[in-house]
Write a protein of this length. Structure first.
Length: 310
């Protein structure tokens, strides 16, 4: 497992991490087996959100109740969580009161005294960055949150926050997989008339994050679209699966590893956020971290997913 020091922090992190969005109905044994497979593979970074459940804070609580971490076991983990999506609704809420109360709820549910990284989950159209700044300052001063970041944010939205927030934004978690890569495919095809891929949906987020040392985290690395099921083995992606299977055989790894390697090959040095609840798939996916695809292989996967290399 490749690791690196997360820019703006002193935390050494793996480039594949475990997302816990789907564990609310899992038993203690299942959660333990999942986390244990992750730790065995070198994944000591856990991604949560207050909204993962239901109920609110449900997955955070399931994680803590199943693991019952000792203080030293807790210290060995990086715990990241998110706030800002409210139910019923949904609607988005970056008010001081909501950010602070969500963190209090996460601390209680996770059974910990600090969140290592807090992300603002989805951009709140009504954001008042001064309020976010005040919430971050108070949470940092109280020792409740060590580092801050965002998720699904554009460069403009990050600029607005950075104008007011004192702490560096350390991460931006966005949807990214071989089959959902408008942030990569769009800029590659810039200015191509009559080409859908060229439509600017990405707002330059990858270059912006690289310029400002904001680590990109890729969520839904196996989903074909927005929670539409995995592309691995899907009859809708015969060409892509043929290339994945060929490379998997060549590198002697499972197909999941190739899907991960496509993301970790990107020089932005992203973190891949796995969502599987199957221990064997965690072990399979983690192997992708140690593979460095060639440029030709990386582009072959990209083309096979249906993107144009103009
Ligand atoms: N920031 C955001 O807005 C945002 C949004 C969504 C998710 N996230 C984060 O990203 C994480 C990952 O999201 P995700 O769960 O949608 O991602 P994913 O890893 O692409 O998908 C995992 C799902 O695909 C299933 N699956 C079927 N075949 C698979 C295979 N061969 N390999 C891997 N998975 C397979 C898994 O089933 P099994 O469990 O049965 O293996 C699971 O239901 C979440 O846990 C969460 O932490 C963040």
């Amino acid at each position: 497992m490749r690791t690196f020091t997360l820019p703006h922090t002193d935390i050494v992190v793996p480039d594949v991490v475990l997302g816990l969005m789907r564990i609310v109905e899992k038993s203690d044994e299942e959660v333990r087996a999942l986390v244990s497979a992750a730790l065995d593979a070198g994944i000591d970074f856990m991604d949560h959100a207050d909204i993962y459940g239901p109920p609110y804070h449900g997955c955070e609580r399931r994680f803590a109740e199943a693991l019952r971490l000792t203080p030293s076991e807790r210290d060995r983990l990086t715990l990241q969580t998110k706030c800002g999506i409210r139910q019923p609704g949904p609607y988005f809420d970056f008010s001081y009161e909501h950010i602070v109360s969500s963190v209090e709820g996460s601390l209680e549910a996770l059974g910990t005294d600090r969140i290592d990284i807090l992300l603002l989950h989805r951009p709140d159209a009504l954001v008042e960055p001064e309020e976010v700044a005040r919430a971050f300052d108070d949470l940092e001063a109280a020792g409740k949150v060590r580092h801050f970041g965002v998720s699904n944010h554009t460069p403009g939205q990050m600029d607005l926050l950075r104008k007011h927030v004192r702490q560096p934004l350390v991460a931006n978690q966005i949807q990214l997989s071989i089959t959902h890569a408008p942030t990569i495919a769009g800029p590659m095809a810039m200015n191509m008339a009559a080409l859908d891929q060229s439509i600017a949906r990405d707002t330059g987020v990858i270059d912006y994050c690289r310029l400002h040392d904001i680590t990109l985290q890729a969520w839904s690395p196996f989903q074909a679209g927005f929670f539409t099921g995995p592309f691995l083995g899907s009859p809708e992606y015969p060409e892509l699966n043929a290339v994945i299977d060929r490379l998997a055989a060549q590198y002697d790894v499972p197909a999941e590893a190739i899907a991960v390697a496509w993301l970790t090959r990107h020089p932005a040095r992203m973190q891949v956020v796995l969502g599987t609840t199957t221990p064997a798939r965690v072990a399979a996916a983690a192997q992708g971290s140690d593979i460095t695809l060639t440029r030709a292989e990386w582009y072959a996967l990209f083309r096979a997913a249906g993107y144009l290399v103009p």
